[in-house]
Design a protein around this ligand. Structure first.
Ligand SMILES: *[C@@H]1O[C@H](CO)[C@@H](O)[C@H](O)[C@H]1NC(C)=O
Length: 169
């Protein structure tokens, strides 16, 4: 927790101005079969955003070295994920309190740095969903996920399984 607070203060100071940058969709390329594979999904929780962002940031740190926390502010998390695909994936999580202030809507985006098939066997989807599984947030009160095949082309192919080592932590 101490590390987390320190990281938070550090990143808020160094990167605060970058924190609001939204994750852009992929630019259309000349070859539609390869691209920067991506997945965007939305999570709704009946829990305040501060608790959700702390839990996810801690899960990312506990899941090192596969995940690396790059930026952590109360409204935005940026992380790297290492996979078999060269350069890995960029993960962005934006936390928006809803009108009901005790609820939180999270826009989660994972994008491959390298060029790869847009149908990524659910890799980018699972990069996001595994964080929920590992931290048990997928079974928190009122949890709902919204995505579709345009926002997340690999969604239908995904079979995500969190690593047991993460769950035991
Ligand atoms: C995250 O990945 C990018 C692209 O590979 C790299 O430039 C950056 O140094 C990485 N950040 C951390 C904290 O590992």
């Amino acid at each position: 927790m101490k590390t987390l607070l320190l990281a938070s203060a550090l990143f808020a100071g160094l990167f605060g101005s970058l924190a609001a940058a939204p994750a852009p969709g992929p630019a259309p390329g000349p070859d539609p079969s390869t691209s920067h594979a991506y997945c965007r999904t939305t999570w709704h929780f009946e829990t305040p955003c501060g608790d959700i962002s702390n839990t996810l940031a801690k899960q990312i740190q506990d899941s090192s070295p596969e995940y690396k926390l790059v930026i952590f502010t109360p409204s935005y998390i940026k992380a790297n994920h290492t996979s078999d695909i060269p350069e890995g994936e960029d993960i962005g999580l934006a936390f928006n309190p809803t009108l009901m202030t005790k609820e939180c809507c999270v826009t989660a985006m994972s994008t491959s740095f390298g060029f790869t098939s847009r149908l990524d066997d659910g890799l980018n989807y699972c990069n996001l969903y595994n964080l929920l599984l590992a931290s048990d947030l997928n079974s928190s009160p009122g949890f709902k996920e919204t995505t579709n095949k345009w926002a997340c082309p690999g969604y239908a192919l995904a079979t995500c399984k969190a690593w047991r080592a993460f769950i035991l932590k």
